[in-house]
Design a protein around this ligand. Sequence first.
Ligand code: GLU
Length: 323
Amino acid sequence: MDRAVVGGTSVGGTRGAGRFAPSPSGDLHVGNLRTAMLAWLFARASGRRFLLRFEDLDRVAAGAADRQLRDLAALGLDWDGEVLRQSDRSHAYQAAIEQLERSGLVYECFCTRQEIQRAASAPHGPDGAYPGTCRNLSPAQVRARRNSGRPPALRLRAAVEQWTVHDQLHGDHTGPVDDVVLRRGDGVFAYNLAVVVDDAAQGIDQVVRGDDLLSSAPRQAYLAHTLGLAPPGYAHVPLALNTSGARLAKRDGAVTLADLRVLGFSSADVVTLIAGSISAIRPGRSVTVTEILDRFDPTEISGDPWVFDPPTTTVHNEGDRPP
Ligand code: GLU
């Protein structure tokens, strides 16, 4: 294990922090709960604080944030301090954009999604990255496009094409950096900006999250660099899949704590179920998150996804466990 990354003390002697940052767009499913549990285990095992943040700039479902908190607590996960909500943080994102603007690192982009897709799929076009269409518009071209009435997005003028991050599970990971959106045309601050600003503001030095976000880490770490912020250490953990090998989703059946409860599974059963995917536990024995923490070793985490086959029938016997 890389102690320099997981050690509980960050530069300056203050305790570092890990975090879980769900979007309150619905209930957490067992895959999300497993990621939360892993983030908590990584943080607590390294003596860090564990913080929560709601990424609620977009896609919010009424009541979901409160249900997510309740479900995390039901598993026995605890967190430090107030939960941060991105919807309260506009001033911080605006200040970050102004800082980048002062360095000439922001430009207006008038492209539609379709235009970007067309340009990116052209022969020799960049691989899914923004092709830079609006990067070097003349002042007259900018004026003409502004007059067309389409509100521009703001993009970062990236000076590199790739960046390397260190990940505890994936090692050094180099990935593409493009001119990421900082603020969308509709005025909503972009996730990539918010995550960087908030991780720094919350003192997060350990980001444990699903490995679908590994490809975003280089551009986020680069954005942190341009803002003069230290990038966190990363551990991108495997996602939960359904039995067809696709990413687990609500439509796969009984996948939330509430669904599983209806079938007779307690929160303790779900903890035990998730624990079985993290470390070997004796069949039939129930474990708590504290017991998992006591013997948690991040170097033993499997790099393979967790395949979850949702139960379909009610458990009647006390001792029954989910499959
Ligand atoms: N809000 C993102 C999600 O729910 C996670 C972002 C992150 O952990 O950086 O998938």
